[in-house]
Design a protein around this ligand. Structure first.
Ligand code: NAI
Length: 458
């Protein structure tokens, strides 16, 4: 039996970051990870997909270079080389986490852990036949891609390698001729973007009447148009019913039809990993499969915390980092509260989507009296210089009562980087006149936010 001050179950963004913070707070910490440090984000999610998308962006730049006075001939992509480079990027970053944890003197156990009740006042986790005990437990066991039973044949086709989740598609060596993507959310759109660029015929089947999930509707519509122009086919309001070796049977307006495919991506959301990890042995409460946590990331069980996808609140790596920190701070006696109102969300398509705070729809639903301003990205000189024929927009949502920015939504290159500034403005509850005092670098694409503020009239 090994004694620690803190056991962390899961070494993804929530777990490994929390481990570093815990070690800095003086806790003797162990991280138990069954697959690979870095979790889904680093090994089969955020990072690998960004590596793919960067290669596609370079190819697209080369193909459309003439608009910018540059001639490139014979631009092509070697998908196998892209996968190999992705593996190198992942290995480098996983190595970085290993080194950081070692540097912080965190013990890493490379095995599946299961909570097995208590040993006196301590919680007990068993991994690889060894028992680890500690008075504190942080559960960061993440999530998995939904392979729905309601889509006939999905599981069977996954076993046959025809259906894929985010895990398998990022290791696909061959470029599918016809790729059908079930779910036009974040993963669906990022993978549609990559495979469209490298030559697959892509069809997106989406149950809702728009893509991009909770993305502001104006942004989602322009994004869809952009991808339609590039040749992606969208079947909106269509429900996938069955996956077969020939493709996907879907229902649209009461009619069933087949979308032909040699590969099918299942991207209809993720579910928290709460089964089989022994939660019941200590009585941790779950709701719709996710661990219930409060604003300090505490579960219903004393000194047991949960951070990251496993609590189902906001399945994003950057949320997970912060939740892990909030948990550790509270364990260390420092009051810290998790706020979800200014968490940026990004879709790394080309152009990128970046959003933070309320959308027009959520603001109105919550009863805010809002002023909405939408301006084309052409208000930014740098955008015009860099985006021949671009149709990006910047949309701001302002709470008229307090004259504060409560939402910012962008469709442009660099949206992922700019959105952090808007997030800070919302987080700091800045008034519009205060934001106007900020000096933005010129020329920058971010300046569009400043320009948009001057267009607000109420
Ligand atoms: P998602 O929740 O973003 O989108 C799933 C989509 O599938 C929804 O639009 C839904 O309406 C649709 N759908 C559900 N059932 C369907 C059916 N039977 N037929 C057709 N459409 C159906 O889920 P996704 O894309 O799988 O992503 C999972 C998680 O990973 C999300 O929480 C996301 O935020 C996160 N993620 C974040 C990234 C980022 O921050 N850039 C990148 C990739 C993933």
């Amino acid at each position: 039996m090994q004694n620690f001050d803190l056991i962390i179950l899961g070494g993804g963004p929530a777990g490994y970051n929390a481990a570093e913070r815990a070690a800095e707070a003086g806790f003797k910490t162990v991280v138990i990870e069954k697959r690979a440090l870095g979790g889904v984000c680093l090994n089969e999610g955020c990072i690998p997909s960004k590596s793919f998308l960067n290669s596609a962006k370079m190819l697209d730049h080369a193909r459309h270079s003439e608009k910018y006075g540059v001639t490139v001939t014979g631009a092509s992509i070697d998908h196998k080389a892209v996968v190999a480079r992705k593996n190198k990027v992942v290995a480098t970053l996983v190595g970085g986490i290993q080194a950081a944890l070692k540097g912080h003197k965190v013990t890493v156990v490379d095995a599946e852990g299961k909570i097995e009740g208590k040993e006196g006042n301590d919680y007990k986790v068993v991994a690889n036949g060894e028992s680890y005990v500690a008075p504190r437990l942080l559960i960061c066991s993440g999530s998995y891609a939904i392979v729905p039973a309601f889509i006939k044949g999905a599981k069977e086709m996954l076993d046959k390698g025809i259906a894929l989740t985010n895990r398998e598609i990022l290791d696909l060596e061959e470029v599918p001729k016809k790729l059908v993507i079930i779910g036009g959310g974040v993963i669906g759109m990022e993978m549609a973007s990559y495979f469209n660029s490298i030559g697959s015929e892509v069809t997106v089947i989406e149950m809702l009447d728009h893509i991009g999930g909770p993305t502001d509707i104006d942004i989602a519509k322009i994004l869809q148009k952009n991808y339609e122009k590039k040749g992606v086919k969208f079947l909106l309001g269509a429900a996938a019913k069955e996956v077969t070796e020939k493709g996907v049977v879907y229902e649209l307006n009461g009619q069933q039809a087949l979308a032909e495919a040699d590969k099918v991506l299942l991207s209809i959301g993720r579910r928290a990993n709460t089964e089989g990890i022994g939660l019941e042995s200590i009585g941790v409460i779950t709701e719709r499969g996710a661990i219930v946590t409060d604003e300090r990331m505490r579960t219903n069980v004393p000194n047991v915390y949960a951070a990251g996808d496993v609590n189902g609140k906001s399945m994003l790596a950057h949320t997970a980092y912060r939740e892990g920190e909030v948990a550790v701070n509270n364990m260390a006696g420092k009051k810290d509260i998790m706020r979800y109102n200014a968490i940026p969300s990004v879709i790394y398509t080309s152009p990128e989507v970046g959003g933070v705070g309320e959308t027009e729809a959520t603001a109105k639903a919550k009863g805010y009296d809002v002023a909405v301003v939408k301006i084309p990205m052409q208000f930014s000189g740098r955008y015009v210089a860099e985006n021949e024929g671009g149709d990006g927009i910047c949309k701001l949502i302002v709470d008229k009562k307090y004259d504060r920015l409560i939402g910012c939504h962008l469709l442009t290159n660099y949206a992922s980087e700019i959105i952090v500034a808007a997030g800070e403005m919302i987080e700091a509850q800045m008034r519009i006149d205060e934001i106007k005092e900020i000096v933005f670098p010129h020329p920058s694409v971010a300046e569009v936010i400043r320009e948009a503020l001057y267009q607000i009239k109420y």
